[in-house]
Ligand binder design. Structure first.
Ligand SMILES: NC(=O)c1ccc[n+]([C@@H]2O[C@H](COP(=O)([O-])OP(=O)(O)OC[C@H]3O[C@@H](n4cnc5c(N)ncnc54)[C@H](O)[C@@H]3O)[C@@H](O)[C@H]2O)c1
Length: 338
């Protein structure tokens, strides 16, 4: 019998969650919930889900699912995670996990108290190019990694699908910065200190839509993390993160157009790392959509007790801490030690 899930938050992005759950054997979404009845009803109709509702508490108490997938915006996360912790064995929460460390720690504690597995939907580390880079690093293909540049710069109109982003003060850091910091921790290890500069590039948005952070890792490695939502590039790499990692014995590059190059001595090996487009996907979103599938694929194994989910809520505390440190570093013009 399939593991039964409830999805909360029937908005723009959760359509990808729903399509990916439908692709995965061993799990079944039995109900969808949104505080807006029309949205919940539309999801139930579009994805053939037997139950829908507006009250998460009532729905979870009635259905007692194996897992809860929370795809709402950040302000609702703590209440929903605390609720789900008492009703399900696995709780997945979209990023940003929380706005404060206090909320984030409370969610980790709530799940620890009930024994529920808590995962944060940081799908960027599950993108195919990043999976390939991680595998090369683990194989020792370039020796110990010493320096990295991770760059997410584009001019795609993100406000068309997510109008709420135009009002967020630390937009680039809290929306994509935390994905980038999660990827950097995944590839290069934990961070000891950082500095950060932010910019407001697009005059039509209220917040900082660009940043550049400089990170020193515990290993001594150094990373530069760059992000802009108002760059003019042709072709526009959106939504690709471009990357260079230099190690003691070589360099890995991921360039626009999903081109991975491995440099060792005077030899270069090139390969394409474009993910497949899911049957329900569409370019250029297929990179993100396939990563949602890869992220969610962990759920069955986790529910069967064959492993955890990456990243866990506890791991994500460190990523949120980095984002908050970067905001402080930019506001005060200081280097922040973690
Ligand atoms: N991982 C990614 O690649 C990625 C991409 C886009 C968005 N996101 C994240 O996904 C989250 C949702 O983004 P979105 O663009 O889909 O937002 P959205 O506003 O389109 O959808 C959120 C939905 O949640 C519902 N909701 C809010 N609080 C609720 C509650 N307490 N109970 C029930 N329903 C509630 C809203 O009514 C809305 O329909 C955000 O946190 C965003 O950062 C992640």
């Amino acid at each position: 019998m399939a593991f039964r899930g409830v999805l909360i938050g029937c908005g723009f992005f959760a359509r990808n969650h729903m399509a990916a759950w439908a692709d995965l054997p061993g799990v079944e979404i039995v109900a969808v919930c949104d505080r807006d009845a029309e949205k919940a009803r539309a999801y139930a109709r579009d994805f053939g889900i037997p139950h829908w509702g507006v009250d998460a508490e009532a729905l979870l108490a009635e259905l007692r699912p194996d897992f809860v997938d929370i795809a709402t915006t950040v302000g609702s996360h703590r209440a929903l995670v605390e609720l789900a912790a008492g009703q399900a064995r696995l709780v997945i929460c979209q990023k940003p996990f929380a706005e404060t460390m206090e909320d984030a720690r409370a969610m980790v504690a709530a799940c620890a108290a009930t024994g529920a597995i808590l995962a944060v939907h940081e799908n960027f580390r599950w993108q195919r190019p990043i999976r390939e880079v991680k595998a090369l690093l683990e194989q020792g293909a370039i020796g110990a990694p010493r320096w990295l540049r991770l760059s997410f710069r584009h001019g795609y109109d993100i406000y068309a699908n997510q109008p709420y982003l135009a009002e967020v003060r630390d937009l680039a850091l809290t929306d994509i910065g935390l994905h980038l910091f999660d990827m950097v921790r995944h590839l290069m290890g934990d961070v000891e200190r950082l500095s950060c500069e932010v910019q407001r590039r697009n005059p039509r948005v209220a917040g900082f839509d660009a940043f550049q952070a400089l990170l020193r890792h515990g290993s001594g490695a150094v990373s530069s993390v760059e992000c802009s939502f108002h760059s003019q590039l042709s072709p526009d790499p959106f939504p690709q993160s471009l990357l260079v990692v230099e190690g003691d014995a070589g360099t890995i590059e991921v360039a626009e157009g999903f081109r991975l190059r491995l440099h060792r001595g005077d030899r270069v090996e090139a390969r394409a790392v474009e993910p497949d487009c899911p049957t329900w996907g569409a370019r250029p979103w297929h990179l993100i959509q396939e990563s949602v599938l890869a992220f969610q694929r962990q759920a069955v194994a986790a529910l069967e007790g064959r492993g955890g989910m990456e990243p866990s809520g506890a791991h994500n505390l460190g990523t949120l801490e980095l984002v908050l440190a970067a905001i402080r570093a930019a506001d005060e013009g200081v280097v922040v030690r973690l």
